[in-house]
Design a protein around this ligand. Structure first.
Ligand SMILES: *Cc1c(COP(=O)(O)O)cnc(C)c1O
Length: 386
């Protein structure tokens, strides 16, 4: 991961495993295993709703399953907090928003996951929230808003424009006593950035994406900086019933075990494709934090251990050219979602609240395929010429 010019400093050092000072690439493999002689090496899938009376667990919606516990242990260890697994990324997000009172002030980035934007908008009408939308990159506006916000929701890198928010600066800003700084770190994964270490209260991931990594599950996780916040989120899960399935958490954990090598390959591929797309005659602009031309490249290189595996780009031919390119790819799948072993690409303009997106935008999630095959497919879909 060092080959991108991105530092790992502060990442490995800050990994506070109680027993060892393992690198994240080891924690991701070793944490959360059953720790007793004769037990399976991996936490088994336990399909269960109810337990026999007299033990620690009574009912699975309240007390979970072994598969949840192991997945939560790994993500908690990686982020340096206490994790709560959910049925999806949106379930995790809704649990966080569910902690807010009527009339709360919510601050959101202008480029963020459309479902989260909808959650905030619904709270505006249903619960009288004041929803303030700020440019992801306007650090001083975020710092100023922190003094009056109840929830600061920062998504970085942002979906789909790959804007970078300055987590350390926003984390340092003075907040109200019970205000929450929440970071949707889905694009970064726990291996590329650790928001709790720079002052965030909660980190949210869609485990559907890079953690699962194989497009075969829905899952989410919220990681709290304190035991009290973890309890609050677990209560939300219990009362709202946003419980993950035992199979899904097993698969999410199985996917997470290989995150380090998948991410390393995917972001090496993404980096190479981004550099080649910049020079392609059909392409008007490329948005990728690993490019020196990205407006927050220096910040990204300081804050993240790697540039990630998502590249967005604009075609000179506008929307028609973007639709045609998405229809033409063969190795790359024309599909939504991101962060899987297979590359996917799509438009994002049809989604609610995404009116800010430039014409001709395509979002490409880069997988682990052969780089020359990926480039050949992309170049053909863009009409050749490179
Ligand atoms: C996909 C996604 C979500 C929502 O997660 P689901 O698992 O689809 O519910 C939230 N934030 C970001 C950045 C995402 O990409």
């Amino acid at each position: 991961m060092q080959s991108h010019g991105f530092g790992t400093s502060g990442q490995n050092d800050a990994m506070d495993n109680p027993k060892h000072s393992w690198a994240p690439e080891s924690v991701v493999v070793a944490a959360g295993r059953p720790d007793a002689p004769g037990r399976p090496l991996n936490a088994p899938i336990v399909p269960v709703s109810t337990y026999q009376h007299g033990g620690d667990a009574g009912y699975a919606r309240d007390d979970g399953t072994e598969s949840w516990a192991s997945f939560e242990a790994v993500i908690g260890a990686l982020e340096g907090g206490a994790a709560v697994a959910f049925a999806s990324g949106m379930a995790a997000s809704a649990a966080v928003f569910g902690l807010l009172d009527v009339g709360a002030t919510v601050v959101l980035g202008d480029d963020c996951y459309h479902g989260v934007r909808q959650l905030a908008e619904r709270g505006r009408t249903a619960s009288g929230w004041d929803v303030v939308i700020l440019p992801v990159t306007d650090t001083s506006a975020w710092s100023e808003a922190a003094t009056s916000a109840d929830l600061l929701w920062v998504e970085t890198p942002s979906n789909p424009m790959l804007h970078i928010a300055d987590l350390a600066a926003i984390g340092k800003a003075r907040r109200r006593p019970n205000a929450m700084l929440v970071v949707d770190s889905t694009f970064a994964t726990p291996l590329n950035q650790r928001p709790l270490a720079v002052g965030a209260d909660i980190v949210v991931h869609s485990a559907t994406k890079l953690l699962g990594g194989h497009s075969d599950l829905m899952g989410g996780v919220a990681v709290a900086s304190s035991g009290a916040l973890r309890e609050a989120l677990a209560t939300q899960r219990r009362v709202a019933g946003a419980t993950p399935g035992a199979l899904e958490t097993f698969l999410a954990l199985r996917g997470t075990r290989t995150l380090a090598i998948r991410l390393e390959r995917a972001q090496a591929n993404a980096s190479e494709l981004a550099h080649r797309l910049v020079r392609h005659r059909a392409v008007a602009a490329v948005h990728y934090p690993g490019l020196a031309s990205h407006p927050q490249h220096a910040l990204a290189a300081k804050q993240m251990a790697g540039p990630g595996s998502v590249v967005s780009f604009e075609l000179r031919g506008g929307n028609a050219a973007a639709d045609a390119a998405c229809a033409a790819v063969e190795l790359i799948s024309h599909a939504t979602s991101l962060g899987s072993v297979e590359s996917t690409m799509e438009r994002r303009t049809g989604l609610g609240g995404q009116h800010h997106l430039p014409a001709g935008l395509v979002r490409l999630s880069v997988g682990i395929e052969d780089i020359e095959d990926l480039w050949h497919d992309l170049d053909e879909a863009l009409g050749g010429g490179d």
